[in-house]
Design a protein. Structure first.
Length: 375
């Protein structure tokens, strides 16, 4: 017997035909009733499926607060806008520290699509920073109003529904989800014009030799979101942190099955049709692709660093050293810090892309170890 989300997908496919992989992923993750991000169980933390940097350690958000303070010297009434708020850990750590530093933003906007996560964010903010809750506002999407300040997207772009492609002697094909005798399966069909154009942009000037039946991903939502950020941002910076690679590493010869990864109960698998609606599905971020899109518009791509280098530039070690902990707390906090900094944890796999617009200040986060040439 199929479960409700399988039945829903089978019904759509029987009515409208095979689903583009990204449309399948959108339903699997974000359907109001059955999508993973709207399910009732916990998603984040030890009891959930995965942990992100702001949840792993409050020093992630506290460090980013230093860049906001730096930016505020040029933009007097700066705000913060976060794409995809998770459990609100980033908002809470940022606002707490900015209050201590007497540098609160005018508003803190969270763009969140999941109703369930919006409720979780509201509850956590009310519980943990009740005196600052009035600063936080929610929006379903970016508005085209002039925003001034800091936009931050942590593990947002990996969660956007992606396309998959297969390269073979028969040419480029795109992944669709089909239904045969009520069983969902992945099939490969001719690419759309939009996909072909984006593929050319993403792989332009690259000497890539795809082996026969090479599978990888290309995300058409990158363009939508970078353009929305560009329209919304009048003056300020956008920090994008995520696990991912530059083009060369993304389309590595040996990475023949792509970067798509599913997580269920802290265990990874590579089958998006397994436990649909109950497991997370994401793809590694192609930072070269994001950078090419940004260069084509008014955004100035000004930083590309590992998460380790980014946090070191922001003074994470000083923040840690200046905290007053007892021995037990220090041990716990140090382990959390290691989780976001060390190369074998999140320190190197996670990268940071920084975009700026109409800003003259020297950014703290890009002052050293900036590897823009690698994009
Ligand atoms: C992997 S989680 C990361 C959460 C948080 N940034 C963190 O680091 O803990 C992805 C977040 O992006 C949100 N999201 C995904 N697509 C979205 C969209 N189109 N609009 C707004 N939020 C979205 C999800 O609901 C979720 O809050």
């Amino acid at each position: 017997m199929n479960n409700p989300i399988d039945n829903h997908l089978n019904k759509i496919i029987s009515q409208k035909g095979d689903l583009l992989f990204s449309d399948f992923m959108d339903i699997a993750l974000y359907h109001d009733q059955y999508g993973y991000y709207n399910k009732q169980n916990s998603i984040f933390g030890a009891k959930g499926d995965f942990i992100t940097a702001p949840i792993a350690s409050s020093f992630f958000g506290e460090s980013i607060s230093n860049e906001f303070i730096n930016l505020s010297s040029e933009i007097k009434n700066a705000s913060i806008l976060e794409l995809g708020g998770g459990d609100a850990s980033l908002a809470i750590s940022l606002l707490k520290r900015l209050e201590e530093e007497d540098s609160l933003p005018v508003t803190y906007i969270i763009i969140e699509t999941s109703k369930q996560l919006k409720t979780l964010q509201k509850n956590n903010i009310k519980k943990l920073i009740p005196n600052l809750a009035h600063l936080v506002k929610w929006q379903k999407d970016l508005s085209e109003k002039s925003f001034e300040g800091l936009i931050i997207a942590n593990e947002f772009f990996d969660a956007l529904p992606s396309e998959r492609f297969k390269y073979s002697s028969e040419g480029l094909k795109m992944s669709y989800v089909s239904s045969i005798d009520h069983q969902l399966s992945e099939i490969w069909k001719e690419p759309t014009e939009e996909f072909k154009n984006e593929f050319v942009l993403a792989t332009d000037n690259m000497d890539i030799k795809f082996s026969e039946n090479y599978i990888s991903e290309l995300n058409l939502h990158y363009s939508t979101w970078v353009n929305k950020i560009n329209k919304a941002l009048e003056r300020g910076i956008c920090i994008i942190t995520d696990y991912g690679y530059n083009n060369k590493e993304y389309f590595l010869e040996d990475r023949t099955e792509g970067t798509l990864v599913c997580i269920y109960n802290h265990k990874a698998n590579f089958d998006p049709l397994y436990k649909i609606g109950e497991q997370d599905i994401s793809t590694f971020v192609n930072f070269s692709h994001l950078s090419k899109i940004s260069e084509n518009i008014d955004m100035d791509v000004c930083g590309y660093l590992t998460q380790y280098n980014f946090l070191i530039n922001l003074g994470i070690l000083n923040i840690f050293e200046n905290k007053k902990f007892d021995d037990k707390e220090k041990h716990i906090e140090l382990n959390r810090l290691k989780n976001i900094l060390l190369p074998n944890a999140m320190g190197e796999l996670f990268k940071v892309l920084i975009l700026k617009k109409n800003i003259n200040s020297q950014l703290l986060s890009t002052k050293e170890f900036n590897h823009l040439h690698k994009l």
